[in-house]
Write a protein that binds this ligand. Structure first.
Ligand SMILES: Cc1cc2nc3c(=O)[nH]c(=O)nc-3n(C[C@H](O)[C@H](O)[C@H](O)COP(=O)(O)OP(=O)(O)OC[C@H]3O[C@@H](n4cnc5c(N)ncnc54)[C@H](O)[C@@H]3O)c2cc1C
Length: 403
């Protein structure tokens, strides 16, 4: 019996094998991680781990003994280089072949990078995706050093907040007209721009990097399309990620901005499944790929159920969070195509409720876990609410969940 093989040691593969176990699967399971670390969570990398408030061991989902105790064959530091769908086997870098009955892709994504020509092999431009990335950049997080962050998305802003707490001089460059353009509304962007500016961070929007300025192999400055040259000790780039699909593509699976899966996580090969950052799935009549922990967990659980013959459909209700300074942003739903937004202020708690033709699409809650929780449930229940109620500070939100 060849059993089930999962490629990748991130949230998706970990949740997948955990669900297989929870559902009573007792056949062979192999989990192959390209990184030299047992499966771990990424969100703290740009938060507490970078700040030094969390150890490497605390990042691990489970200690190594969990895999032994549950008879999971864990292979770390091994890259899968080929999948042979006819023979139903995979090949590792060292030539080792492993057969499978069912194969799961949890290959995740990798940071989008500047071209080698542009960065001139400098060691002063960093990306944030793995423990290794943090271990190599954290030595620069020293008070009074200067840091330019390229990209005003969540990772860029979280890294900026940590750097500022540690006393660095931080400038953020965002190529779009505003930060968080791809992932949040104007109102949320305004809130976070304000928060960062108050903490001394210099945010430059509508600015792109034309080139890096070097002295030998050392980075000296960043030259922008506005003709400005800003000196810096190092650069962190958070300019998006690309799904890891080369393996799937070479195996002949259908790929388009991620590995194409149906709503039960099946790829174009009946024995292969995918979930998490690498998977592109149907959502409300279109196809999307999400980059969040919630998606990786819930989608992988659907894959596990499907493989074990339990009919299961992934109906994504996206949720996400971000921590910057002492502020927690929690997002439920996607605000694609919203027509109205209602702002609810309750003391220092703020939430934005997005509607499309009267239907609640999503909620962005800032330091406001109740609005997040209620909003998420209302979206799940598809319950109609009167937006005017939200504006009253005394209105009992939880009451909306009754009846
Ligand atoms: C710094 C950071 C902060 C984040 N913060 C948040 C947050 O606050 N909230 C939130 O919801 N989400 C957050 N995310 C996103 C979230 O972590 C991801 O959506 C999630 O990790 C996706 O899990 P995954 O298993 O699909 O992919 P990944 O975590 O990318 O794991 C994929 C794994 O597969 C391995 N792999 C790839 N190809 C091969 C191969 N051929 N052979 C062997 N192994 C292979 C990779 O090395 C990697 O270890 C954050 C991400 C980062 C990087």
């Amino acid at each position: 019996m060849a059993g089930i093989v999962a490629i990748g040691g991130g949230q998706a593969s970990f949740s997948f094998i955990q669900k297989l176990k929870a559902l009573g699967y007792s056949g062979d399971i192999t989990l192959i991680c390209g990184e030299k670390a047992i499966p771990y969570q990424r969100p703290p990398l740009s938060k507490k781990f970078l700040l030094g408030d969390m150890t490497k061991e605390q990042l691990f989902f489970r200690p190594e003994s969990y895999y032994r105790d549950n008879k999971i064959n864990l292979m770390i530091g091994k890259q899968v280089v080929k999948v042979n769908t006819n023979r139903k086997s995979i090949e590792l870098e060292d030539g080792f072949n492993l057969p499978y009955d069912k194969l799961f892709f949890g290959t995740g994504a990798s940071p989008r990078k500047f071209s080698d020509k542009m960065v001139n092999k400098t060691k002063s431009i960093y990306y944030i995706r793995s423990i290794k990335d943090i271990e190599s950049v954290s030595k620069h997080f020293v008070s009074n050093r200067s840091l330019i962050i390229i990209g005003g998305g969540y990772i860029g802003l979280e890294v900026a907040a940590v750097a500022s707490k540690l006393g660095l001089k931080v400038t953020i460059f965002e190529v779009q007209e505003r930060i968080l353009k791809r992932v949040a509304s104007n109102k949320v962007a305004d809130y976070f721009r304000d928060l960062h500016t108050k903490n001394g961070i210099n945010i430059k929007e509508n600015v792109s990097v034309e080139r890096f300025v070097f002295e030998g192999n050392y980075l000296k400055a960043v030259f922008t399309d506005k003709g400005e040259s800003i000196s810096t000790d190092f650069v962190v780039a958070g300019i998006g990620i690309e799904p890891n699909v080369y393996l799937a593509k070479n195996a002949g699976l259908l790929v388009q901005n991620g590995i194409l899966v149906d709503s039960s996580c099946r790829t174009s090969d009946p024995n292969i499944f995918a979930a998490g950052d690498c998977a592109n799935f149907p959502y409300k009549g279109q196809r999307i790929r999400l980059e969040s922990v919630g998606n990786a967990i819930e989608q992988s659980e659907v894959a596990a159920k499907t493989i074990l013959g339990k009919a299961s459909i992934y109906e994504a209700l996206p949720w996400f969070w971000s921590d910057q300074f002492n502020t927690k942003l929690q997002i439920a739903g996607l605000n694609f195509g919203y027509t109205d937004v209602v702002e609810r202020i309750n003391g220092d708690k703020i939430s934005f409720w997005y509607f499309k033709e009267g239907n609640l699409l999503s909620v962005d809650a800032i330091n406001d876990p109740i609005s997040f929780m209620v909003g998420k449930k209302l979206i799940e229940m598809k319950k109609a609410i009167d937006p005017r109620d939200l504006k009253s500070e005394n209105f009992n939100l939880k009451g909306l969940l009754k009846g």
